[in-house]
Design a protein around this ligand. Structure first.
Ligand SMILES: Cc1cc2nc3c(=O)[nH]c(=O)nc-3n(C[C@H](O)[C@H](O)[C@H](O)COP(=O)(O)OP(=O)(O)OC[C@H]3O[C@@H](n4cnc5c(N)ncnc54)[C@H](O)[C@@H]3O)c2cc1C
Length: 255
């Protein structure tokens, strides 16, 4: 059972960061994952008064505060228009609307969960995270970093022109994904992100959208076994989902 001794509403990011340096203190997102753990938290640090629950749009990027919920991502017109629905598609099967009204983008990315649809999808876009002390870091770099006591302040998505698609396979509609694939083509650059392997999502580059490239990328995907699926099934799925993603991208290129 999760136990929290004290609740602190942070008045500034500096105060939140200072408090978070103590191993027994913890930043709160939507608390949906945290409440499933047995953590003993001395001070729970709430960021909800810091204005980080908004998606701001500038001429060339989206600035997504860490307290923005998955539901806000799902409903944001500009973000979904730019990403051709990739953002909506990656969250729409996560549990249900009430859940997505609480789960935050900060908690989803900071956790770097091995089942994450959100991390998988954002990796295929031109995405960065703004860390309070660490500054702005490409999401692909952050995804591979060891967890520390920094604060994820914002996610930045550049409005890079391109095509974006999302594919996932679930045993039942709202369960964790068995495998998730996001792909994009921005100019000549083709990115393929594979998550729920079941391990942190990883990013690959493909040279074109042919069947050969599907096989080349799929071969590089390291998969594993858990109660949802075997390593062999996931490796098979990787080829199927990357293949479907490339067919969709080819369709968008030709349209
Ligand atoms: C039953 C269930 C089913 C789920 N299914 C899926 C699924 O199918 N697909 C999917 O992608 N995800 C799924 N998730 C994960 C979920 O969508 C969220 O990603 C998860 O709950 C974390 O978000 P949160 O806002 O609840 O964070 P919390 O649980 O509050 O926090 C998670 C961790 O991140 C830290 N943290 C939070 N915000 C910050 C910040 N700004 N800076 C630094 N550290 C921070 C916290 O200290 C904590 O350690 C599921 C979760 C549950 C509980």
């Amino acid at each position: 059972m999760l136990r929290i001794k004290e609740f602190v509403k942070a008045e500034s990011l500096e105060q939140a960061y200072e408090l978070n340096q103590k191993r027994t203190n913890r930043i709160l997102g939507g608390m949906l994952w945290m409440r499933m753990t047995n953590a003993q938290i001395q001070k729970a640090i709430d960021l909800s008064d810091l204005g980080l629950d908004k998606i701001e749009e500038t001429e060339d990027e989206f600035l997504i505060g860490c307290m923005v919920t998955l539901r806000q991502l799902e409903l944001h017109e500009g973000l979904n228009e730019m990403s051709e629905g990739l953002v909506r598609n990656c969250v729409e099967d996560i549990v249900g609307v009430q859940f997505r009204n609480l789960a935050t983008v900060g908690g989803s990315l900071f956790g770097r969960f091995g089942f994450s649809d959100v991390l998988t999808a954002f990796l295929a876009m031109d995405s960065y995270v703004e860390l309070y002390k660490g500054g702005i870091v490409p999401l692909s770099e952050f995804a591979a970093m060891k967890r520390d006591n920094d604060i994820l302040v914002r996610v930045i998505v550049k409005k890079t022109k391109g095509h974006y698609v999302y594919q996932s396979h679930r045993n039942t509609k709202t369960d964790f994904p068995v495998l998730a694939v996001a792909a994009s083509k921005m100019g000549d650059e083709i990115k393929v992100s594979v998550g729920a392997r079941p391990a942190r999502a990883v990013l690959f580059a493909a040279k074109d959208l042919t069947e050969d490239s599907v096989c080349q990328v799929a071969q590089k995907v390291v998969t594993g076994t858990n109660l949802r699926a075997s390593k062999e099934f996931r490796s098979h799925l990787a080829k199927v989902l990357i293949g479907r993603a490339f067919v969709q991208l080819r369709g968008k290129e030709e349209a």
